[in-house]
Design a protein around this ligand. Structure first.
Ligand SMILES: Cc1cc2nc3c(=O)[nH]c(=O)nc-3n(C[C@H](O)[C@H](O)[C@H](O)COP(=O)(O)OP(=O)(O)OC[C@H]3O[C@@H](n4cnc5c(N)ncnc54)[C@H](O)[C@@H]3O)c2cc1C
Length: 427
């Protein structure tokens, strides 16, 4: 009797787990694709490994005050679909509101004016070279683009990339960097992550469903999770390239050589935020101030202090320094930022620090980094990765977003493009 019931349960699950389209990942790309296909009349199921939606857009409230632990800015707002989505949800967006001043430090002490001038001279060198160096015949790494500046100045000039791209300059394609879209930035006071998560409402999303295998050797696509196997006519895969590169999802048969080669041409940056809760003392700092620790260019760290008058300090870093902190773990990260703040603020910061939030995207099994980066000479990898597989599997997400890559807006456009390709397949 028990065996019969179990078998019936499995059959019920199997029936429930059939769809026209299965989408893997409930981040911006997956949610956008799901909305479009649902509107086109397709039965869509979204499988999400985590117990929440939003992916790398995540508003964290674990410290009390909310802050965006992943994406925070609606970049190139002039053409970013999230301006419209926020409007439709009645959610306010605004220009970056903080203005508590900006100070530069070297090893926790105010940086001397001569050194600051040197830094100012170095900044802008990347843009200048992108305008003057001919990249039409060959790609270069950003580091090589700056080669004639000499090692010191080149390192200073490229250090800002640690906080924007999250990666070391020798691993960034200059051509890919050149094509990234620019424009105005907006923020979402109630949380960009909250907005992306809200966008999932009304969709059939199965949380805590990590996908381990995608079979595409039969007449359909079979997607395996611990809860069973789902069959669909088409599949959109929106997991980060960092996850695809680990092989955590097995493809049977394996991915075509073109897509595998594309993955070899892409890496993941390691932009990281470490948020500390500080209570009881603000050490005379104006809320919304930004401090930049720039004593060692490779360990550049930006700190936003008491943004929006909240009792938190958010430290950002990227590249190999962020990888080391992620590997060292939460307590080591707490000690590192606390010590830096102690030097900068001069008081007993240790006493004021009452909590830490450290979503280490680099070591997180469902992201494996902050966002995708094209390696030098591999600037076509994004388009190559998005090439359809067997006419029914489509890889989409920020990594395939061309000039919109690395962003929530780009992921959304890439998800919509994949949905349009699927919609063209006969139902
Ligand atoms: C610290 C940080 C700061 C950032 N700042 C900005 C910013 O200011 N502005 C901006 O636009 N962008 C920013 N980004 C980048 C932005 O967050 C991403 O580009 C965007 O969210 C990617 O969306 P996506 O849908 O492509 O991928 P994701 O959001 O990563 O969604 C993919 C989903 O797949 C799920 N998944 C993974 N493995 C599996 C599996 N095996 N089975 C099922 N599901 C799985 C993941 O859990 C995730 O939910 C930032 C990112 C980080 C980390």
């Amino acid at each position: 009797m028990a065996a019969t019931l179990a078998a019936t349960g499995r059959r019920a699950l199997a029936a429930e787990m059939n769809a026209d389209v299965v989408i893997i990942g409930a981040g911006a790309a997956g949610l956008a694709a799901a909305h479009d296909l649902k509107a086109a009349g397709r039965r869509v199921i979204v499988l999400e490994a985590r117990g929440r939606t939003g992916g790398r857009a995540f508003t964290d409230t674990s410290l009390g005050p909310a802050y965006d632990a992943g994406a925070m800015f609606i970049h190139w707002a002039e053409r970013n679909p999230w301006v419209q989505i926020a409007r439709e949800h009645g959610i306010e967006t605004q220009s970056e509101p903080w203005g508590g001043g900006f100070q530069v430090f070297a090893n926790g002490k105010p940086m001397p004016e001569t050194d600051r001038q040197k830094r100012r001279g170095a900044f802008g060198q990347i843009d200048r070279r992108l305008e003057t160096v001919d990249l039409t015949k060959r790609d270069l790494s950003v580091r090589d683009l700056l080669g004639d500046l000499g090692p010191d100045m080149s390192q200073i000039a490229s250090s800002g990339l640690l906080l924007s791209i999250g990666e070391e300059s020798d691993r960034i394609s200059a051509r890919d960097y050149q094509r990234l879209w620019a424009g105005d930035d907006l923020v979402v006071p109630s949380g960009y992550g909250n907005l992306v998560a809200a966008y999932g409402a009304g969709l059939d999303i199965r949380l805590n469903h990590p996908v381990s295998e995608i079979r595409w050797d039969g007449s359909d696509v079979a997607v395996t999770t611990p809860s069973g196997t789902l069959h669909a006519s088409a599949c959109i895969v929106t997991v980060p390239v960092g996850v695809l590169k680990t092989g955590a999802i097995r493809f049977t048969p394996e991915l075509p050589a073109r897509n595998r080669d594309a993955l070899d041409g892409l890496g993941m940056g390691a932009l990281t935020k470490i948020a500390l809760k500080l209570e009881g003392d603000r050490f005379g700092v104006t809320p919304g101030a930004s401090f930049l620790e720039a004593g060692s260019p490779g360990q550049l760290m930006n700190l936003d202090l008491f943004p929006d008058d909240k009792d938190i300090v958010i430290a950002y870093c990227g590249g190999d320094h962020a990888r080391e902190l992620s590997a060292a773990g939460t307590e080591a990260a707490r000690a590192y930022v606390t010590e830096l703040l102690t030097k900068m603020l001069g008081g007993d910061v240790r006493k004021a620090v009452t909590g830490i939030s450290f979503p280490a995207w680099w070591t997180d099994p469902f992201s494996r980094g902050s966002y995708s980066v094209c390696l030098p000479g591999r600037e076509t990898a994004r388009e190559q990765l998005a090439e359809p597989i067997g006419g029914r599997i489509f890889i989409a997400g920020e990594a395939t977003a061309g000039g919109g890559a690395m962003t929530v807006g780009g992921a959304t456009l890439a998800g919509r493009a994949a949905a349009a390709s699927v919609a063209r397949i006969k139902a």
